[in-house]
Design a protein around this ligand. Structure first.
Ligand code: NDP
Length: 399
């Protein structure tokens, strides 16, 4: 049916590639391209020989000309961007220049400010519309499946959703005193930023990690959850009509937060460049270099993740609550694709979004967040491709 260019060869990209080759009728040919070609070649070596033809390439995705050259030589139908958020705009520019659809899993961030805003990518709406191309933004788990869950709740269970609490719990243990489950730089930038939630038409800021609750999660048990800003709050606040409040909660252990506090206090999480022995370095990038590579956590991580959305609203004049969530087991994910659940829960939805676009079910010219598409085929595909979801119509609520 189609050809996909996958940019990036890290934890998430590895899952995307594993999943694409499981659907060879849709992904007839893929090209894995990244800054370090040897990582692409390693993936090809592991997965070659099936019906999906695999090739690899070296590319600097910060460079539009290089991207255009690669796209023109491989001629994909879609680019799946699973590099870093810094490359979103250059890859979108290259897609526009070559007439190719686009999908990513994280919103654009300028390197020098941790901003988490869609404004840069939403500014491409007209260009994609005029070119007849589709750009799907934020198609991982959160953002991604959380938006699909919201669209599904809206379509099937509510006349009006009034509140959404997104709860992202990771009860996995990798045995290291401190490590991040995905790119440490992106992860730490997100956690050390101010918290923010949407209420009555505006965002309300809270100091980093200052709002804490205990939530009893199915298959995981009671956990400390902390309020964070997360990028899907911005798009859901616009796309879920009548919404009054949206919050995002993530679990952190006391051990993790103690390490983070110390690293912050000594300046290691700063993104301001400093001069070190005549060379300019960014402390957070140096920290990334000394922390365990997230890709190496797979074989060591035991336990489960549970990510879902709790909705409150009204149906046929009655108050209603609904909770939909996925539970993934780190070791089962590792057995299937050689990655832990954090990469797995991001890579599977990226493959599904690309598949639906190639099949024409999620194709509409413009730049869209996932909740703007029909959730039904995506929900079905989640069950089929490894992220089954469960429902609770009487969940515990977060105060
Ligand atoms: P990794 O750091 O493991 O992988 C990133 C990959 O991108 C690496 O292969 C890296 O190359 C490559 N890369 C970086 N810069 C460039 C460049 N200029 N040109 C070409 N390739 C480049 O990250 P993850 O796989 O953990 O994350 C991938 C994306 O997924 C991120 O954007 C992250 O924010 C997002 N994400 C989304 C989630 C969601 O639920 N929505 C959850 C988790 C992650 P090299 O090997 O040379 O460093």
């Amino acid at each position: 049916m189609g050809k996909a260019l996958i940019i990036g060869a890290g934890g998430v990209a590895s899952v995307v590639v594993h999943k694409c080759v499981q659907v060879p009728d849709v992904f007839e040919e893929i090209c894995i391209a990244s800054r370090t070609k040897s990582k692409c070649d390693a993936l090809k070596e592991k997965l070659d020989g099936g019906r999906t033809k695999i090739q690899t390439a070296q590319v600097d995705a910060d460079n539009v000309d290089e991207l255009v050259e690669l796209i023109n030589s491989f001629k994909p139908d879609i680019v799946i961007n699973v590099a870093l958020p810094y490359q979103d705009l250059t890859i979108m520019d290259a897609c526009l220049a070559t007439g190719v659809h686009y999908l990513d899993t994280a919103n654009y961030e300028p390197l020098d400010t941790a901003k988490f805003e869609y404004k840069w990518q939403w500014a491409y709406r007209e260009k994609f519309e005029e070119a007849g191309l589709t750009a799907i933004l934020g198609c991982g788990f959160d953002p991604g499946v959380t938006g699909v869950f919201s669209a599904y709740a809206q379509k099937h269970y509510f006349d009006e959703i009034q509140t959404i609490d997104i709860v992202d719990a990771n009860a996995g243990d990798h045995g290291y005193p401190f490590a991040t489950n995905f790119n440490p730089e992106i992860n730490i930038r997100e956690i050390t930023a101010n918290g923010r939630y949407w209420e009555n038409g505006e965002f309300i800021e809270t100091p980093p990690l200052s709002e804490k609750r205990v939530y009893d999660l199915p298959e995981i048990g009671p956990k400390d959850v902390y309020l964070l800003y997360h990028e899907e709050l911005e798009s859901l606040a616009q796309n879920i009509k009548g919404i009054k409040k949206i919050r995002f909660w993530m679990t952190f252990s006391e051990k993790y937060l103690t390490h983070l506090r110390v690293l912050e206090n000594v300046g290691m999480t700063s993104i301001e460049p400093i001069n070190f022995e005549g060379q300019e370095i960014v402390p957070l990038q140096f920290l990334k270099a000394v922390l365990p590579d997230p890709a190496s956590l797979g074989p060591r991580t035991k336990g489960k993740t549970n990510i879902g959305c709790i909705f409150q609203g009204v149906k046929d004049g009655e108050e209603k609550t609904y909770y939909v969530y996925n539970v993934s087991d780190h070791q089962e994910c590792y057995r299937e694709v050689g990655s832990q659940a954090i990469s797995y829960t991001t890579g599977v939805p990226a493959m599904i979004g690309a598949m639906l676009l190639l099949k024409g079910e999620w194709k509409k010219p413009g730049v869209y967040n996932v909740e703007e598409f029909n959730p039904d085929p995506f929900m079905e595909a989640l069950n089929e491709y490894g992220l089954p979801w469960q429902e609770d119509f009487n969940p515990e609520l977060i105060d």
